[in-house]
Design a protein. Structure first.
Length: 514
């Protein structure tokens, strides 16, 4: 007999329908899986056999052929266990339901239990889009699947339970979502701006960065609070919209990094990869491409601590995603694209010992060592960082001050306002450096938008002329300053860029201009 069951595969962050066809015919007992399965899918034969037997069902001692179609898409992972098992039980006449509008996803254990599977959210949302009406998923993953509207979710704990449901003996109750949309309104972050003492100018620069989507480099001695400040940054970024939250959740679901008790990620991510990270770890890749750190930081913050320690190579690969906001990975079987729209925040010490320029502790590095240390960062990458800010040591008085600083929620309100101004300004227009990107924030502006949106009055022009000649700035630095000034004006709610906006923007450029 022949049975057909539908499952889903992951292609990047999308789901693709897979037909699991099971044929049982007379002949010597055998069990083969065809249709470009990888090793984990091949192993599923053993799990399925044991799971069916241990669930009180009969495992047919005949010739079993399982075909996974379309055959040109590589099938990987254990998510096909459950559909294969259902197909075998159906083809051997133990159940006879109408499975046409149903989708099955899940890994099996030998005792017939259905286990957690990665990527349930993207798979089920693709299934709903394609008009499937019912989805059978591991019980653990039901809250995640239930985020998708328009499809009925059945949580499955064991094969035995599913079989008696499909036989109509003991129906499984569909899972209804209990997601509380208030969670997005009150994001909870571990580090709040309020906890950072002093460093007012750094907080201000992070506010400007958050408001306009600019990249930041912090430089200062050890223990000055660079890491602490970077950690607090997600808390002042605008609240996530439900679509953004779903997008982030899909990335974490595919990576198998969704915490068990968190069906939906409601906070902006903060990722701080170590400087020994590999190329694939940072941008994504591997035998079967997985999102890298830059995609895990999508819509949040990517923090590169001790920037000069990162290899040149690793930093160079950031240039393309920083501009395109996506990363494209080429494979023998085609290309995959993962989103990678993150804010880059980097930190470094001013020299190898960390105390160059510190008023208290003396620096022990030779000028040569300092030059070599700074040279390790690629010039083109540094150039893409709009805001350079120094983080000096905090004085004792400030550190012991009992008063709390301004809470992140207040800063966030200002940032959200400034972002709204930008949203209206660009209204989803295409532009930017490539001329094709959707503009979201001031940092995305290309030369054409800068010319149009960042006009200066006469006082501004003469200030900028003076700064350019005194600081020896390049044309690129000139554009950066104008974009920053635009953001600073937006934060203030000013339509025109004034001299004081410009003056603050000039401060954020490094002294040695590129
Ligand atoms: N401004 C501050 N307000 C409150 N606590 C601070 C501040 N600066 C530093 N600290 C305390 O010092 C600890 C170390 O700071 P942090 O790790 O951010 O330093 P850092 O500048 O990143 O140093 P390094 O260069 O060694 O990485 C923090 O975890 C925090 O407890
Ligand atoms: Mg640090």
């Amino acid at each position: 007999m022949l049975a057909k069951v539908t499952s889903f595969a992951l292609v990047g962050l999308d789901g693709a329908a897979i037909d699991v066809e099971v044929d049982i015919s007379r002949g010597l007992s055998s069990f083969v899986v065809v249709g470009l399965p990888d090793a984990a899918v091949q192993e599923s034969r053993e799990r399925v056999r044991a799971a069916i037997k241990n669930s009180g069902c009969r495992f047919p001692g005949q010739r079993i052929t399982v075909n996974l179609a379309p055959a040109d898409l590589r099938k990987e992972g254990p998510a096909y266990d459950l559909p294969i098992a259902v197909g075998i039980v159906a083809a051997s006449g133990q159940i006879w339901p109408d499975l046409l509008s149903s989708v099955f996803v899940g890994e099996l254990s030998l005792d017939g239990g259905v286990r957690h599977t990665n990527g349930v959210l993207p798979m089920i949302s693709a299934a709903a889009q394609q008009g499937y009406e019912k989805a059978y998923v591991p019980r653990e993953d039901a809250p995640e699947a239930a985020l998708v509207p328009g499809i009925e979710i059945f949580p499955v704990s064991t094969v035995a339970e599913l079989v008696s449901h499909l036989q109509g003996l003991k129906p499984i109750a569909p899972y209804t979502s209990e997601f509380d949309s208030n969670l997005l309104d009150q994001p909870r972050y571990g580090t709040d701006f309020r906890d950072v003492k002093g460093q007012e100018h750094v907080k201000r620069s992070l506010e400007v960065a958050a408001a306009g989507g600019h990249c930041v480099l912090m430089s200062g001695p050890p223990g000055a609070g660079k890491t602490l400040l970077a950690r607090a940054l997600p808390s002042i970024l605008p609240k996530l919209t439900i679509d953004e939250a779903l997008e982030i959740t899909k990335i974490y679901s595919v990576s198998g990094m969704l915490p068990a008790d968190t069906p939906l990620i409601t906070e902006r991510p903060f990722r701080a990869p170590h400087h020994t990270i590999s190329h694939a770890g940072l941008v994504g890749g591997g035998h079967w491409p997985r999102p890298g750190e830059i995609s895990l930081a999508h819509r949040g913050v990517l923090f590169l601590d001790e920037l000069p320690e990162f290899g040149q190579h690793v930093l160079e690969v950031l240039r393309q995603p920083l501009e395109d906001k996506v990363v494209t990975i080429s494979r023998a079987t085609g290309t995959l694209t993962f989103p990678a729209n993150f804010m880059l925040v980097a930190a470094m010490n001013p020299c190898p010992c960390g105390y160059y320029g510190d008023p208290v502790k003396e620096c022990t590095c030779s000028p040569m060592m300092i030059t070599r240390y700074r040279k390790r960062i690629s010039g083109p990458l540094l150039d893409r960082i709009d805001i350079h800010v120094e983080v000096p040591r905090v004085e004792y008085d400030k550190l012991t001050d009992e008063r709390l600083g301004e809470p992140s929620a207040n800063v966030r309100t200002r940032v959200e306002k400034a972002r709204e101004v930008q949203r209206q300004r660009f209204a989803g227009a295409a532009g930017g450096a490539s001329g094709k990107m959707t503009l979201l924030s001031n940092a995305d502006m290309g030369p054409a938008e800068v010319r149009e949106r960042c006009r200066l009055d006469d006082a501004g022009k003469s200030l900028l002329r003076a700064a350019m000649s005194q600081l020896g700035m390049s044309a690129r630095a000139f554009h950066r300053i104008l974009k920053l000034a635009r953001t600073i004006a937006d934060l203030e709610g000013a339509a025109e860029i004034k001299t004081h906006h410009l003056a603050e923007a000039i401060q954020y450029r490094p002294r040695r201009q590129t």
